[in-house]
Design a binder for this molecule. Structure first.
Ligand SMILES: Nc1nc2c(ncn2[C@@H]2O[C@H](COP(=O)(O)OP(=O)(O)OP(=O)(O)O)[C@@H](O)[C@H]2O)c(=O)[nH]1
Ligand SMILES: [Mg+2]
Length: 299
């Protein structure tokens, strides 16, 4: 009989490397939110895949960066902690950048310090210059920290199947921890709050996305075809509230419409979504608030 395998695989990388895009490509589902801005992911997001006799529990993580606020510290701690606990670490590198991100150097230092080997995943190869990609591969390979090097495009799906197959063979033998068809451990209410936050990241400029948190206040199943959802968008100051609302409420309406359409597509049911904006002064430094939002959860 084939032995079952099961293990945790951490996606470690600089902000914006494409970790969440990869998680979604691996699971074939919209599990984790994606935006063009760095520091989109704030918590550990599980994406569970079955490949042959292996159950692979991928953990999408916040990117690692130099933290300033309490929120940042919590994000970075989750990333390093989950990587430490994982059976296997994938280091994701944006190969389309003109030069290696400084955060990637911090990951190389961490691997050296931990005396750990990882799998190097060069992402965004669809956008990378061939000669630069070769030079980057050689530079990273020379560090001696990597057992394998894979080139992928998470956005296009290139190389994602090969990556899943490689990881399936590397996770340790053991019983499966989740039911066969489970995709993530994230509750629907939290996922829906993330979908709205994704729109905030996409539709609001500059620093504002970093001042925002979204919470699902209530979720009511009116029928098998309709859910009524109320969410709060937290900002830190009154001036930010005005920007989120926009002229005549236009901005919040656009955020709500886009988020609702995404929820309806994924959940295959109608959603009545209402968004409220609340000022929660300095919430990014507020331990109790961060804890209440699941942002101070340990790995
Ligand atoms: N061209 C190209 N763009 C990609 C690829 N993978 C991701 N992206 C883009 O890169 C940006 C960041 O993607 P995310 O998946 O949010 O990156 P992340 O590593 O999860 O970022 P954080 O959560 O902020 O740490 C988005 O605009 C993606 O569409 C890829 O293979 N090719
Ligand atoms: Mg992410």
């Amino acid at each position: 009989m084939t032995k079952h395998r099961c293990g945790f695989v951490a996606l470690l990388g600089a902000p914006n490397a494409g970790k969440s895009t990869l998680l979604n490509a691996l699971t074939g589902s919209k599990v984790s939110i994606v935006s063009a801005k760095p520091q989109t992911t704030r918590t550990r997001v599980l994406g569970i895949c079955v490949e042959g006799a292996s159950q692979i529990i991928f953990t999408d993580l916040p990117g690692v960066f130099k933290p300033r606020r309490k929120l940042d510290h919590a994000m970075v701690e989750v990333a390093w902690g989950s990587a430490l606990d994982a059976d296997l670490v994938l280091v994701l590198v944006d190969a389309a950048l003109p030069k290696m991100a400084k955060e990637t150097q911090a990951i190389l230092d961490w691997l050296a310090e931990q005396k750990r080997k990882a799998v190097l995943v060069l992402n965004k190869t669809d956008k990378a210059d061939k000669a630069a990609l070769l030079a980057l591969t050689q530079q990273l390979n020379a560090t001696g920290h990597f057992t394998d090097v894979l080139m992928i495009s998470a956005a296009k799906g290139d190389g994602v199947g090969d990556l899943r197959a490689l990881v399936a063979a590397r996770v340790p033998e053991g019983i499966w921890l989740y039911p066969e068809d489970q995709l993530t451990d994230m509750p629907e209410r939290l996922w829906a709050a993330e979908i709205t936050r994704e729109q905030a990241f996409r539709q609001l400029a500059q620093e504002l996305p970093y001042q925002i948190a979204v919470e699902t206040e209530s979720w009511e199943e009116r029928s098998s075809k309709l859910s009524v959802v109320n969410q709060i968008i937290y900002v830190q100051r009154d001036t930010q509230k005005a920007i989120v609302l926009g002229k005549g409420g236009a901005r919040i309406k656009a955020i709500g419409t886009a988020a609702r359409l995404e929820m309806e597509k994924e959940l295959e049911r109608k959603i009545h979504l209402t968004l409220h904006v609340k000022v929660k002064e300095n919430w990014t430094e507020d331990t109790n608030f961060l804890r209440s939002q699941g942002l101070l959860e340990r790995h």
